[in-house]
Write a protein that binds this ligand. Structure first.
Ligand code: DQA
Length: 411
């Protein structure tokens, strides 16, 4: 089998140019070590470097027909070349993109890759080791020894979701051969999507609004905590058996770290799937939970089930409340000018937590901050619940990096 090793502009200067970013090995040295690796596995390697976009495309068009897989570092073309992306797609070959440097710690324009959209995976920030990791994976995929896990996040809408980005960051960090893609799912398609996921051996499904509750009836098993909460945000496919769990609770705990909860009065706005996890957590920590929902009957039903108190805002004295949590989608991208509560209600004694993470600081949090309240964004929760999902999938501990910092690139 034949692997194409392709390098874009300026990479002929490897070893000399910006060694603090790209390391000290020259392109010839890297190529040699990869060649040895490919040969050991009984295959061949053809390498090509050019500073010209057109030449790279010509090479792909010609040699792509005779090859079985591609390893590419397109250099700065990654961040802009749709033509190269098209050429990669056109080969129909499995392709892995590699970058030597930590793109997310570099200049703004380097933090996204358009060409990676044509690849199974992007590995970055690991120097030459990343090339070896990519090559092993590519050969495993071609030799059908390994598949790249196809994970999904489902919901409706999903414009705001950064789950593919967060998961991508974590997978790269821990060397997990997986990608996550968005899938917008209307309610009447949920059953089919779940069954397809089971059949196609999907590995992990992250579930978001409005499916956290409705998904439960299509699963084979639900872990006891998720069952108690009554909402699932994580589905794992264990050899065709779909197991639901809830990592929102881990996220809530992380986001509320340091906030006093025991014997405090906490007002939750919204009575959906996220509110359930929230209420379960807050009750378990000894809080007095008040629930408000636009449709009061929904708040009443929720209150009965979760031992909270359904309230109308008109009957509440803000001075009696310690913490306010927004668990509605009001203010979430793209509707960033919406706010679940009027500023008149907010006091400096409040701690205000918004479950929304896109934008990081919602209009609600801006207003809370303007009256001197302490604020907590949903970004920490989002990261913690995502890390917990990958831990469940990989069955290993994921070292917590400051993923929030990288995610801000997308916000
Ligand atoms: C690079 C990153 C690109 O942004 C840059 O233009 C390079 C090297 C990397 O391997 O880190 O030339 O692709």
């Amino acid at each position: 089998m034949k692997i194409l090793l392709i390098h874009g502009p300026n990479l002929n200067k490897l070893g000399f140019r910006d060694p603090h970013f790209y390391g000290v090995q020259t392109l010839a040295q890297i190529t040699k070590s990869l060649n040895t690796k490919v040969k050991k596995r009984g295959h061949s390697l053809e390498s090509f470097q050019s500073n010209h976009e057109g030449e790279l495309i010509d090479f792909l068009q010609k040699e792509g027909q005779k090859a079985d897989g591609i390893l590419i570092n397109p250099g700065a073309l990654s961040h802009s070349s749709y033509a190269l992306k098209d050429a990669l797609l056109d080969t129909g070959l499995p392709c892995i993109e590699v970058h030597l440097s930590k793109l997310f710690e570099r200049e703004d324009y380097r933090r996204k890759s358009v060409t990676a959209e044509a690849c199974e995976l992007m590995i970055y920030g690991k120097g030459v080791k990343g090339y070896r990791e990519a090559l092993d994976l590519l050969l495993d995929v071609i030799e059908k020894k390994r598949v790249i896990l196809q994970n999904q996040v489902i919901g409706n809408p999903l414009d705001h979701s950064l789950s593919p980005d967060l998961h991508g960051l974590i997978y790269n960090e821990i060397g997990l051969a997986a990608v996550m893609k968005k899938r917008v799912v209307p309610l009447d398609e949920l059953k089919k999507v779940i069954n397809d996921f089971r059949k196609n051996k999907g590995a992990l499904m992250a579930v978001t609004l409005p499916h956290k509750e409705s998904v439960m009836e299509f699963l084979d098993e639900i872990d006891p905590v998720a069952k108690k909460i009554g909402s699932v945000n994580t589905v794992l496919n264990k050899n065709g058996r779909l197991v639901g769990s809830n990592t929102d609770i881990v996220g809530i705990e992380a986001a509320l770290e340091g906030v006093k909860i025991k014997n405090k009065t906490i007002l939750i706005l919204g009575a959906g799937g996220a509110s359930k996890a929230l209420c379960y957590f807050l009750k378990s920590k000894g809080a007095d939970v008040l629930i408000h929902n636009r449709t009061h009957q929904k708040a009443l039903d929720f209150a009965k089930k979760y031992k909270a108190t359904a309230v109308s805002l008109e009957d509440l004295n803000p001075h009696d409340i310690d913490v306010i949590v927004n668990a509605t989608p009001l203010g979430m991208y793209p509707f960033i000018h919406e706010c679940p509560l009027s500023t008149d209600f907010l006091l400096s004694k409040h701690t205000v937590f918004d479950l929304i993470y896109n934008p990081e600081k919602t209009l609600f949090l801006h207003r809370a901050e303007s009256v001197g309240a302490k604020i907590r964004s949903g970004l920490l929760m989002f990261v913690a619940q995502g890390v917990a999902q990958v831990e469940k999938l990989s069955e290993r501990k994921v070292h917590k990096l400051s993923y929030e910092k990288y995610l801000r690139t997308y916000l």
